[in-house]
Design a protein around this ligand. Sequence first.
Ligand SMILES: [Zn+2]
Length: 90
Amino acid sequence: MVCPSCSHEDTKVIDSRVASDGLSIRRRRECESCAFRFSTYEQVEILDLHVIKRDGSLQPYQREKVESGRFLRTTSASLSPRSSRRSRRK
Ligand SMILES: [Zn+2]
């Protein structure tokens, strides 16, 4: 894997951990040239997975779509004054 910082071609894995769901692995990597550290994720991709829409149509599952939607909801919720007050109390 190429270093995202200096584009050096060799990076070494310094740690790898299986996520709690058991379906993905996170690897900590370090560039052998500039010592830049970053992580990569290896996860299961189920081929030919489809989602049934509310209107009954079948569409290919797109993880990116689902996750970007979830991200937007989380962001707007955390920006509301009520939720920030609640989190400060903890
Ligand atoms: Zn580098």
